[in-house]
Design a protein around this ligand. Sequence first.
Ligand code: MN
Length: 254
Amino acid sequence: MRILITNDDGIHAPGLKTLENIARSLSDDVWVVAPETDQSGAAHSLSLNDPLRKRRVAPQRYAVKGTPTDCVIMAVRHIIPGPPPDLVLSGVNRGSNLADDVTYSGTVAGAIEGTLLGIASMALSQNYTFGEEAKLRWHTAESLAPDLIRRLFEAGLPPNVMLNINFPDLEPGEVKGTVITRQGKRDQGLMTIREHKDGRSIPYYWIGFERKLSKPAEGTDLWALYEGLVSVTPLGTDLTHKESCERFARVLEV
Ligand code: MN
């Protein structure tokens, strides 16, 4: 089995090393193509106004100056000779990708791009307590992911469907199980703008986050992590809201 791994935290991220260990436990044919720099929040963006640069770091290991989407396209269409990968794994992200995070996430986007190229793809993220990054439990994802990925891959992914996998902030032995979930919704306005002043007192801004706990509905990705479960959410690349089609079709009939 040929595996391509990428991420959005960049080629030097500890989670990429974790994912490499996971992938190597499944196959000897692992290719790494990851962004040169942190692309968290890049979502499914393509670089159209800047050229892509590739840097060979080691055999079957490349850094690309670009987004996770650029990396997957570069890997499949240019870097990897011979047959395309059988599996694309993206992550392991520093922090969870749940609920509203999904459409901002470069980690999820790496798996979306693999799916669009017709390759079975999964995004992996390790939750941690905000402000306590030093205690990030990479070993939880590393110990639980190989068996989970193997089982999900062998079951087969439908066309145009990827899997968004999140690991809770617990020791591997404390994790209560694995559930299939649906994408949740946070119930707090979490985005804030923080104003600061530069050396000439001119204001500049950072997007900030309030990490308040939501009250997620049972069966959602957020709920699963609060319950100490590994969350597996099948996500479709078709974003059509089918229930609304009829309603708006009726509007246009009038
Ligand atoms: Mn990230």
